[in-house]
Design a protein around this ligand. Sequence first.
Ligand code: B3K
Ligand code: ZN
Length: 861
Amino acid sequence: PQRQYRLDYRPPAYLVDTVALDFDIQENNTQVTAQLAVARNVAGPAGPWRLDGRGMRLVRVAIDGADLAHDAYELTDTALWLDNLPSVFELTIVTELDPETNLSLEGLYRSGAILCTQCEATGFSRITYFPDRPDVMARFTTRIEADAARYPVLLSNGNCTQAGMAQPGRHYAIYEDPFAKPCYLFALVAGDLGVIRDTYTTASGREVALAVFTEHGNEPQCHHALDALKKAMAWDEATYDLEYDLDQFFIVAVGSFNMGAMENKGLNIFNTACVFAHPETATDGDFARVRDVVAHEYFHNYTGNRVTCRDWFQLSLKEGLTVYREHQFAIDHGSPGVTRIEQVRMIRDIQFPEDGGPRAHPVRPDSYIEMNNFYTITVYEKGAELIRMIAQMAGREAFTDAVKHYLHKHDGQAVTIEDFVVAMEETTGLDLAQFRHWYSHAGTPRVAISQQHENNTLTLTLSQSTPATPGQPNKPVFDIPISLAVFDTAGSQQVPPQLVRLNHARKKIVYKDVPEPAVVSALRGLSAPVKLTQDTTERDLVCLMAHDSDPVSRWDAAQSLYMTHLLACVDAIRADHALPGLGDGLSQAITRLLADWPADRALLAEMLTLPSTIQIGEAFERIDVAAIDGARRAVRQQIGSRFEEELTALATAHAPRSTYVFDQDAAGRRAVFALALGYLAETGVEGIEAWCRTVYDEADNMTDRMAALGALQYCPGATRDRLLGDFARRFANEPLVMDKWLRLQVSAPDIDAVAQARALLQDPAFDFTNPNRLRALLGGLVRGNAPAFHRADGAGYALLVDEILRIDAFNPQMAAALAGLIAPWQRYDARYGQGMRAGLSRLDGAELSDNTREIVASGLA
Ligand code: B3K
Ligand code: ZN
């Protein structure tokens, strides 16, 4: 395996102007004929031309129509090298592939009754030999021919220009994509598909044909996605003046997909999990996720497709920006506060741990072995936070103008993150010289804020430092935008919200005429992806939780209050001491919250949710899984017992009543109901099983059903068994719903979850080639039931390693993702870390894909 370095970038040796692809789909064999109009690139290096390719059979190579003899080219496992080429020529390549046996889910493969493609990052080189790099942009024409009965629907990028019957029993379709694109955006779909259709009229009055395709019978689950697509199209016009640019936009939902979805030009291919949403089978969370992923992929049409990446080190150019756009869209379509809270939680629970572990890397990485290992939470979500910081510093309007400028300036080009930052500077007038460190350096900066208050003068001292990350021992001083506001203890604003730039190691800020005592609200809405320590008192936090003008800050104050108590409980458990009681401040704050429910019920649910076990673990040098889990459960029980009456009242007031609609208000009510029910169940209050049973039996929707089953996880016994059995029978034919069942099967605290997972994995009905199934079962075990997974005898690690080895043989992307779960062993208490490390060593001794090898090596480094 060869490590690629960002600084080694060289322009392509040859450019491809047009590509004509011809797919002849036969049983067990697909023949692909590619005709490329090629010209030497004057800016590129001299010498032979590398075309990438693997996992297929090369049938023919011809230059300007003349076949090349075998000794006229060099063929390796991963490339075709051509030499002594004319400066302008037509290249013909014929390859043969077998999508039926391709379980890597890259290139052309089968998912159920559907043949489909996945080309990003480098899947196109499993279809034909081609310079598989994003800076080679060509105009594609695609002809597909297949059996008319088996594959009545034939789709590719662009507009369909011709279709008809071919030889007996066969038919064809031709698609032309007028926009030059990198090959990673190529897509093809052939299958017997059901469809729902609609149209969208753009701002300038063009009519666009919209459709969602899926295997027959699933059409009723696709309306929400289609609706979301129209919302996204309208939002991008209203927000950025971006109008869709083709005559058609299609989404195809497939069951076997390595990630969420793919933004192929005009033909998005989606995991069914990110398309299907029907009240009976999908939760409120699923509805929101479908809406946001549909929007995200649609937004890529400009941020990614029209302006793409020069090389894969620039991935965050399109992903960070598109996630940011998705976040803004989500905020405009839901509760702004709660939507931001969800984003903050994602950063703290998933990105911070990545940035503090062996896989830490900059938003713009410097090197990689396997690009697919770098579609990370850092590139995506931290990348989006960097854009958000720029937007905050520039102001929303200037930022919007800057994005328009960037898209206009680089339309049709493959560019770099540096090009983006320059475009931001050109329009906003910001100096981002120091800000650029955010792109080149990994790690989560620590910011400390302390306050002195004398004679009505409030002095804040801000300081920053960033711990070393692998390969980057020294960190620069970052340019950190910190949003601040000051309140008095009754909640009146003393200093209005403002953005301070901490661009030195230390900085003092002085506010005059601020009467004592003052309450400082800092890093509001997580204005920068940093960890903050601040000398706020419990009284300050209780005040902010009740009065801060920003709901995200109110929630964050609650998080800090909970955290202090949780950490004390972890320490007590570790020292074998009695647990401290809830404490006055915290009790008072919860009392107030439960006496006067915020109108935004989803916010109430968030404010009553304790920091996750991962979040608690972040506070420790070494993670003690059992102590952290024990502390969190104990605190939930303390709250449940102390506030049983109030929580019962809360649940009663929000118990399911009306028929299901997915809207902010109704979803908030369901969220708070589920939360209260969970507390009561975990506390074991009387009658809770019967209540859960009623909720389950009477539910007209999946959200309430899952609320009941989620609560029952704490109540072993006949009721739980009966309902889980009923659930399995009722939804036996809905694989995505059965994924929820799989997660429940391994997440109850009282069961032998590892044995359960092993049994389910060996069940002949379990499709271990499907990533959704694996994520549900193995992700459900590792993330959803950490104490069971991290058991002392190492059986959890053994199970995971067995599965990684089995999966790596056919789907390296999936196996590598699973290996990432035990890579950060050094972050764990030695009781766990040793077992995780032993698992990595066992992997290290086996034959592995480059993907998994890279992850294992990072863990063992
Ligand atoms: N661009 C794709 C992700 C491709 C992942 C390749 N391993 C989906 C997205 O981010 O929108
Ligand atoms: Zn994306």
